[in-house]
Write a protein that binds this ligand. Structure first.
Ligand code: B3K
Ligand code: ZN
Length: 880
């Protein structure tokens, strides 16, 4: 059992660095097993406090330390497992350190490591200390010059941040390249790549006329899969100029795609490193959703150049300063490139699926956490997605122009600085002359506010009164909660679906008449009265999901059906359908639990039919309307989770709709059948999504003709989107067709490692009863490797995170399997291990038998020898 003295870092203990670094000069002599790193850093005292100089280090072999050219004897410094201390460092001086590292042994994929034989780095959050001794914290910003030496034949491409300023050949035939980054940066943005890579090149002219060379480097053979990422990059650069006036600031922007990467991508200054999954795409290998994701991630990393790199975080507690803001920016970009309502729906779906459970579980934390054991555990949905929602709420409160003014002031004040979330809010306040003090609570208070809305209409007075109550449940470490400032957007809908104009009692008459307004809801209990309401309206609430809350209402099913057919706010219209469907599914769950057989309520199908008949609807939106709430989302609403019953009820519900609207789905599928060649644009993707949603319904009807349609789509489609949809539908239908499709797919894509990940995932998420046995068999498939994070996520992560009914199987095998996997991964790659642990932490929501089994597995993980901080932190918090 890991000793309990693991130290947590606390926000309240923050102190400014004792020493600052002005310039870093690094020389790398790259060898797979013993890379020499020669570092010269110009250091000066930050104040005359006379503190020792402490440098971070991890798994480094120290060769020598010198100050201003004088080699130190071993008694002049102190070396321990994670630091190098120089007690008497002068007020100013050059520190020279030589270390050796072993990139081959680096399976943690943090620091300098090898992927596909090429050298690459990942330094955020604390990976730089695995390269050389350094004050590895984001508030130490310096300019860097980096010289990379390597064998020319094996590593013809040598890259680092900034501009290439010189290159040459050494006497031993190796070659070198020198890069210089003129912008001061924290060490986490350092990057280096050396390898044999192919390049896809383009150019972008900034609006001030500067040409920027754009290069995407990939493993040979993948050159033909870079065009979409490049196009996304160019559109992002243009968009950031148009929307926020932000231009790129160097003459070169490089992206490198690697196969072994702990997350999606990394925004290193001018040298973004990507998981190849988030760059490579062709119609034959990537789905529409993957094209969209590539576009969003390329944009996200590019946007970090300003929000993250030019202005960075003072400390890691401020992570949401750059991540929440950049998520908001990439969401807005996608909304502009594609359908804004559909993007909003997708984002809320993700928020509800990942962030809400996190916020109500044992790992709940505010978007600005107060303590951590391992910072890598805090790259969470809360910091990212809820962080993005908090920025969005500020934009909603200040308006588009007000938000832009605030952002301009933020850059003006803080360019080249490492700052805090508070600095960001202060810039918003000062630029707009408003007080956001109450709003700041969103940064420090964890948990999802639960809002209850009730209303009444006074026909005589012609008034409509809306009453809102908010409550945030206690979360670990935060027993009492305060009411938050919630921007709550509403509309009132007349009986024919028209938007009624809104007039709040007590508000002056001279404002513009609007049909939607954002209420300032900042107390526990609050009442808003609308006057001159000439008919009984149906309220449309939290429109466009104006705040990240859980809303409960006294809507009748008639109200929900009405909103499903009439709400002009696309998000709320979709949400009404989700609420309606969830309610009905939950009712069926109750019947199942009582031993009865659930009955399908045909009224819902009628409302769906109205939507299908409405030709004014965008196909991409209609596809969303047809997508039922997930098993997870419905189960979230139960006191005691019963995934099996929810899966069963949802499936009966789906079959019910499919049968009731059989003709409509057939029409949608056949009439919309596209004969145009594949294009990944959002209109075509929307059409495909709709057609595939229809096929999804047809596939659940036990009818050989329908099965034939699915098989035919699998056999004949010219693109991965349609092929993959067909494969995942077949994967849920036991039988010959299933086996044939899986094996054909496997032989067709055996050489494409990214596509094989989809093949793993489709089996891991299949609803067939023996899915876990199949997953276990696949662990020995030649394409699977515990060392590759994509593979682990595709097989183990997908099973435990996206196949709830199988993961929570009665016999507890799902839990044992996940714990075994985590224990194994702990010693290979702790970050990946801890990332897939969360599902075991949901035991409080289960019945007593499951609780016991889950806790046993968590304890078994905690009893593992040499448990990493990453896994220890998540497992111990999950159990407590
Ligand atoms: N900033 C990186 C994530 C780093 C994760 C470190 N464990 C990618 C991004 O958010 O853009
Ligand atoms: Zn980011």
């Amino acid at each position: 059992m890991k000793n309990a003295q693991v130290k947590a870092t606390q926000l309240k203990d923050y102190v400014a660095p004792a020493f600052l670094v002005d310039h870093v000069d690094l020389a790398f002599f790259l060898k797979p097993e013993a890379t020499k790193v020669h570092s010269k850093i110009k250091i000066r005292q930050n104040s005359n406090s006379k503190k020792p100089l402490v440098l971070d280090g991890d798994e480094l072999r120290l060769d020598s330390v010198s100050i201003d050219g004088r080699v130190l004897s071993t008694d002049e410094y102190l070396l321990n497992e994670f630091s190098l201390t120089v007690p008497d460092f002068p007020a100013e001086g050059e520190l020279e350190i030589v270390t050796f590292i072993d990139p081959v042994q680096n399976t943690k994929l943090e620091g300098l490591y090898l992927s596909g034989g090429n050298f690459c780095t990942q330094c955020e959050a604390e990976g730089f200390r695995r390269i050389t001794f350094y004050p590895d914290r984001p508030d130490v910003m310096a300019t860097y010059t980096v010289t990379v030496h390597a064998d020319k034949a094996s590593y013809p491409i040598l890259l680092s941040n900034g501009n290439l300023i010189d290159q040459g050949v050494n006497e031993d035939g190796s070659h070198w390249a020198r890069w210089d980054d003129p912008f001061p940066k924290p060490s986490y943005l350092f990057a280096l790549v050396a390898g044999d890579l192919a390049c896809h090149e383009d150019v972008f002219k900034t609006r001030s006329g500067q040409d920027v060379t754009l290069k995407i480097f990939v493993e040979h053979g993948n050159e033909d899969k870079c065009a979409y990422a490049m196009d996304s990059l160019i559109r992002s650069m243009k968009w950031d100029e148009d929307r926020f006036g932000l231009e790129y600031d160097l003459d070169i922007f490089n992206i490198v795609a690697v196969s072994d990467f702990n997350m999606g991508a990394m925004e290193n200054k001018s040298l973004n490193i990507f998981n190849s999954k988030c760059i490579l795409a062709s119609p034959d290998t990537a789905t529409d959703m993957e094209f969209e994701r590539i576009e969003a991630i390329v944009a996200h990393e590019y946007f970090h150049n300003w929000t993250g790199n030019r202005v960075t975080c003072r400390d890691w507690f401020q992570l949401s300063l750059k991540e929440g803001l950049t998520v908001y920016r990439d969401q807005e970009f996608t909304a502009d490139m594609r359908s804004a309502p559909v993007k909003r729906i997708q984002d809320v779906r993700t928020l509800r699926a990942r962030q809400f459970p996190e916020d109500s579980g044992p790992l709940s934390h505010p978007i600005r956490p107060e303590s951590y054991i391992e910072i890598n555990n805090f790259y969470t949905s809360t910091v990212y997605e809820k962080g993005g929602e908090v920025i969005r709420m500020m934009a909603e409160i200040l308006g588009k122009e007000g938000f832009r003014k605030g952002l301009d002031l933020y850059f003006k004040r803080h360019d080249n600085q490492a700052v805090t979330c508070d600095d960001f809010v202060a810039a918003m306040e000062d630029a707009n002359g408003v007080d956001l003090n109450h709003f700041r609570l969103w940064y420090s208070q964890a948990g999802t506010p639960e809002v209850e809305a009730s209303w009444s209409y006074d026909a005589e007075e012609k008034s409509f009164t809306l009453t809102l109550d908010q409550l945030t449940a206690p979360t670990p470490g935060q027993k009492t909660k305060q009411p938050l400032l919630i921007p709550f957007t509403v509309g009132l809908i007349g009986e024919n679906g028209e938007e009624l104009s809104l007039k709040l009692q007590g508000e002056s008459d001279d404002g513009p008449v609007t049909s939607r307004c954002t209420l300032r809801f900042d107390q526990e209990h609050q009442t808003f009265k609308f006057i001159d309401v000439h008919q009984r309206p149906t309220p449309s609430l939290n429109r466009n999901f104006s705040a990240p809350i859980k809303l409960s209402t006294k809507y009748t099913t008639e109200d929900l059906g009405f909103l499903m057919g009439h709400d002009k706010d696309a998000f709320s219209r979709w949400d009404a359908a989700q609420t309606y469907a969830s309610r009905l599914i939950l009712k069926m769950v109750q019947t199942i639990q009582e031993g009865g057989s659930p009955k399908f309520d045909a009224q819902y199908a009628e409302k769906v039919a109205l939507n299908i008949a409405d030709k004014s609807l965008d196909p991409a939106f209609l596809a969303q309307m047809l997508t039922l709430p997930s098993v997870d989302y419905v189960t979230e609403q139960m006191e005691v989770a019963d995934f099996a019953a929810v899966e069963k009820a949802r499936s009966v519900f789906k079959v019910g709709i499919a049968k009731a609207l059989f003709e409509q789905f057939k029409d949608l599928y056949l009439v919309a059948n596209d004969t145009m060649p594949y294009s990944p644009d959002s209109i075509s993707a929307g059409r495909r999504a709709l057609r595939n949603a229809a096929l999804g319904y047809l596939s659940v009807i036990d009818d050989p003709e329908c099965l034939k349609l699915v098989v035919a789509q699998f056999d004949t489609s010219d693109n991965m989107t349609d092929r993959m949809v067909a494969l995942s539908l077949l994967a849920d239908i036991p039988g010959e067709e299933r086996e044939k499709a899986l094996s054909e797919f496997e032989s067709r894509y055996a050489d494409n490692t990214l596509v094989m990940d989809k093949w793993f995932a489709v089996q891991a998420t299949s609803t067939i009863p023996n899915a876990l046995d199949e997953v276990k068999k696949l662990l020995s498939h030649s394409a699977f490797s515990y060392k590759n994070p994509n593979k682990v996520r595709a097989l183990i992560g997908a099973f435990s995170g996206a196949n709830p009914a199988r993961f929570h199987a009665e016999d507890g095998e799902g839990y044992r399997f996940l714990a075994d996997s985590i224990i194994r991964l702990n010693s290979i790659n702790p970050q990946v291990a801890s990332k897939i642990l969360a599902p075991l932490g949901s035991w409080r929501r289960m019945n007593a038998t499951h609780q016991k089994m889950m806790k046993t597995e968590l304890q078994r993980i905690l009893d593992t020898e040499n448990l990493s901080n990453d896994v220890y932190e998540i497992a111990s918090k999950s159990l407590s």
